[in-house]
Design a protein around this ligand. Structure first.
Ligand code: SF4
Length: 260
C-alpha cells in the first residue's frame, strides 16, 4: 500500500507513514523497513512505546496489597491445573504498543484538541481482502479509517503480484518475532531466516513462563507462546506442522493494527 501510494495507484499522497515499533520484530522486517523508507517520496516516522519484551517481563506491584503481577501484554496460551489448554489469554499489546503511540504522535503533530469530535485525520490501514473481518472503525472521533486494499479488492497474493510486476521485492510479514498468532509455517520462517530472533523467542518463552510463576499473578496457569503449550525449542516445525496453527491468525488481532 505504501508503494502503491508512492506510484499514485492509491490517492492522495499520504503526508506521513507511521511504523509503530514494538522493538520485537525480526531483523528482516527492520531491514525491509530501511529499504522501503528510501523508496517512499513521503516521510516515515517510527513511533514506539518502548520494548514490548521488557514490559512483558517486568512485574508491577499492586498498590492495594503490595503483591506483584505481570502485565498480560501479549496473547499467551496456557495450561490450567486440570491440564486443559486455554485460548490466547488477555492481550493489551495492540492497544499499548500499536494504537497508543500512533494516536500520541498524531495528537501532538496535528494539534488535536482534547475532546475533538470532528474527523481531522484519515488513517489508511493496509488490510487485504483476505482479512476483511479485521476492518474496524476508529476508536476516536477525530480519526477515520480507510482501507485502500479492501476498496481495490486486493488479496495478499494480488499485493505480492503487484510488487513483483513493479520490480519491488516481496516484503516479509511484519509481526513480533514471538507473536503467538504465528502459524507453524511462520515460526519455521523465523527459525530459518532469523535464527537469532528465534533464539530470543525461545528465551522469551522460557522467561515469561518463569516470571508468571514468580509473581502473584491471578493467571494461575503455565503459559506458552505456542498453541500446543510446548516449549518453543521442543517443537519440530518441520514434522509436527499438522499439530499446530495452519494460518497466521491475525484474524484474532481485531484492531487490524499488527502485520499491516
Ligand atoms: S504482532 Fe502479536 S505480539 Fe506483536 S503487538 Fe501484534 S498481537 Fe502483539
Amino acid at each position: 500500500m505504501a508503494l502503491m501510494a508512492a506510484k499514485k495507484v492509491v490517492k492522495p499522497m499520504p503526508e506521513v507513514a507511521l511504523f509503530a515499533d514494538t522493538q520485537a520484530e525480526p531483523q528482516y522486517v527492520y531491514d525491509h523497513l530501511e529499504k522501503l523508507i528510501k523508496l517512499l517520496p513521503y516521510p516515515v516516522e517510527i513511533v514506539t512505546a518502548g520494548s514490548l519484551t521488557e514490559r512483558s517481563l517486568t512485574p508491577k506491584k499492586r498498590k492495594s496489597d503490595g503483591t506483584t503481577d505481570l502485565p498480560a501484554e501479549i496473547p499467551l496460551f496456557g495450561i490450567n491445573k486440570s491440564g486443559q489448554i486455554t485460548g490466547a489469554l488477555g492481550r493489551q499489546c495492540t492497544s499499548n504498543f500499536k494504537i497508543k503511540p500512533i494516536y500520541d504522535y498524531l495528537k501532538k503533530n496535528y494539534n488535536i484538541k482534547r475532546g475533538e469530535k470532528n474527523p481531522q485525520i484519515t488513517q489508511w490501514l493496509g488490510i487485504s481482502w483476505d482479512e476483511v473481518q479485521r476492518m474496524k472503525p476508529s476508536r476516536v472521533k477525530w480519526l477515520v479509517h480507510d482501507f485502500p486494499l479492501i476498496d481495490l479488492r486486493m488479496r495478499r497474493h494480488h499485493c505480492e503480484q503487484w510488487m513483483s510486476d513493479n520490480g519491488f521485492e516481496v516484503p516479509p510479514r511484519s509481526a513480533c518475532s514471538y507473536c503467538p498468532f504465528h502459524s507453524d509455517a511462520e515460526w519455521r520462517e523465523v527459525k530459518i531466516n532469523a535464527p537469532e530472533d528465534f533464539a530470543q523467542a525461545v528465551q522469551f518463552d522460557k522467561d515469561i513462563r518463569q516470571k508468571f510463576k514468580e509473581t502473584d499473578s491471578k493467571i494461575k496457569m503455565e503459559v506458552y507462546l505456542h498453541r500446543s503449550c510446548k516449549p518453543l525449542d521442543e517443537i519440530d516445525f518441520e514434522n509436527d506442522i499438522d499439530k499446530g496453527q495452519q494460518v497466521f491468525d491475525f484474524q484474532s488481532e481485531c484492531e487490524g493494527m499488527c502485520g499491516v
